[in-house]
Design a protein. Structure first.
Length: 261
């Protein structure tokens, strides 16, 4: 019976963490370039139960497998394309295919160059004329940090930036990964490469992806689906809670009855 308590308890813990993920998805339904997450659970490894110290048998007899519940296995990120929303800002860009903008995250304390990746193209121009993210990190082009100078510029479908006179300034550095599962969320809608070696960093493939100026990619979260999933998680949690309460009551009655005897 105590094993049943572990099974119901681990299920409740897993549903709580799944609810946290779903809530975070709904909170970011309006976050530009946000990618939804899915929590995957798996059962603990089965244990083989055997009959031991039974005088009626001359050898150990296998009763069968037993499991003690489930646990969180991994959070998967869905990189499905989000919808596009037109804007009136020339520093807003949307990627039309699989790929990521490159952001310079290097600080004075870093020994090696630090690059982060994002799908959020809501950029600005700082006081020094560089193209930056909303948090002030500089956007990278093929020639390094992109210095535009003013908002009087254009970007074509290939990501090439032209000034007011039609002269080429730089091309947005856009990369693609063979397997997006190596990316981990870092906050501020940024991604880093998991277990990247600073001395030998992973080099993603540089690609030319369609870029649309005066547009932003929105979140790919489906509010209706997330709401339905939240209801399912709540019901699952409630059922396991009732099972746990029933087991607790059964144990209490067993202890009290044995005490009377």
């Amino acid at each position: 019976m105590l094993r049943s308590m572990y099974t119901a308890g681990t299920a409740m813990i897993s549903q709580m963490r799944r609810m946290d993920v779903l809530t975070n998805n709904l909170v970011n339904v309006e976050t530009r370039g946000y990618k939804s997450e899915t929590l995957v659970t798996r059962s603990f490894r089965d244990m083989l139960i055997s009959r031991l110290n039974d005088p009626s048998i001359y050898r150990y007899d296998q009763v069968g497998p037993h499991n003690t519940g489930i646990h969180v296995d991994q959070k998967y990120i869905s990189f499905r394309q989000g919808g596009l929303e037109p804007t009136d800002s020339p520093t807003d860009f949307a990627l039309l295919d699989d790929g990521f903008f490159c952001i310079d995250y290097t600080t004075e304390d870093d020994e090696y160059e630090v690059i982060r990746y994002t799908r959020n193209g809501a950029f600005n121009i700082d006081a020094e004329g560089f193209l930056v993210t909303g948090e002030g990190y500089r956007v990278l082009g093929e020639g390094g940090q992109i210095e535009i100078g003013s908002t009087d510029f254009t970007v074509d479908i290939d990501g090439i930036i032209y000034d007011a006179d039609g002269d080429e300034i730089d091309r947005l550095l856009i990369v693609r990964f063979e397997d997006n599962s190596i990316l981990r969320k870092e906050g501020d809608n940024m991604y880093s490469v998991f277990n990247a070696d600073p001395e030998d960093p992973y080099e993603p493939e540089q690609v030319i992806v369609g870029v649309r100026q005066f547009a932003l990619e929105m979140s790919n979260v489906d509010p209706a689906r997330e709401t339905v999933m939240m209801m399912q998680v709540f019901r699952s949690y409630e059922i396991n809670q009732r099972i746990l309460r029933m087991i607790d009551e059964s144990l209490g009655r067993a202890v009290n009855d044995i005490a009377r005897i």
